[in-house]
Design a protein around this ligand. Structure first.
Ligand code: PEP
Length: 238
């Protein structure tokens, strides 16, 4: 049985002080599970040392695809490496929706992350219209084709299947249906060492439903990952 991975996406929910406190609490309850936390950019610097000597991985929530340059407000991959990141979330639906991120852009970012030894956590998932018209798989395949174009050499890649209509709504995908999508993603796009995780309204009540599925290698958790009672229940229980 493969080890399951839990990724906590803290989005823009926490101040730097609260991020440090939460990281310390997670460090105190975490026992050798594969857990990754993704604080906001400014919190990466002080949170890095909190998790440095532990099994907890550090992730950024985004990055630029250039080495350096005149890109006001952006962070480059070498900054993330210097801050202790081992992972980077790319193509999250909130970046696609609010910041017009495209999968062409995400493709450049994945290449850049891999070049510097970071593991990309690539987010894909259909919107409600695609879902209702029966085009969910087609939409996800298109996203993956573009995001993974010309990427031949990969150390490790994590794909997070996150149906957009399930994110932050309290209405998760059915765990078996999600697993079917994961199976398709693995079969058509990934190598055996890559992982597919599920994200969208996972909480301490429903997480086990997903983790017991064969093609579900873990979870990407937003809202419930910043509530220590919920999150510690999840990381103690898998
Ligand atoms: C996410 O933003 O990646 C996510 C899965 O959010 P939530 O758990 O709040 O639905």
């Amino acid at each position: 049985m493969r080890r399951k991975l839990i990724v906590a996406n803290w989005k823009m929910y926490l101040s730097t002080t609260k991020s440090i406190l939460l990281a310390k609490k997670i460090r105190d309850v975490e026992k050798n599970n594969d857990v990754v936390i993704a604080p906001s950019f400014t919190a990466l610097y002080p949170v890095g040392p909190v998790v440095a000597q532990t099994e907890i991985g550090l992730s950024a929530q985004n990055m630029h695809y250039k080495d350096y340059g005149a890109y006001t407000g952006e962070l480059c991959v070498s900054d993330l490496v210097e801050l202790g990141c081992k992972y980077v979330i790319l193509g999250h639906s909130e970046r696609r929706e609010y910041f017009k991120e495209t999968y062409d852009n995400v493709n450049k970012k994945i290449k850049q992350a891999l070049k510097y030894g970071l593991t990309p956590i690539l987010c894909v998932g259909e919107n409600l219209r695609e879902r209702r018209s029966g085009n969910a798989s087609k939409a996800i395949e298109e996203q993956l084709k573009t995001a993974l174009k010309d990427i031949t050499k990969k150390e490790e890649l994590i794909v997070a299947y996150e149906p957009i209509w399930a994110i932050g709504t309290g209405h998760p995908e059915d765990s078996k249906d999600a697993d079917g999508i994961h199976e398709m993603i693995k079969r058509k796009f990934l190598n055996s060492n890559d992982k597919v995780i599920y994200g969208g309204s996972v909480n301490s009540e429903n997480y086990k439903d997903f983790l017991k599925e064969k093609n579900t290698d873990g979870l990407l958790i937003g809202g419930a990952s910043v509530k220590i009672e919920d999150f510690s229940k999840i990381i103690k229980g898998f």
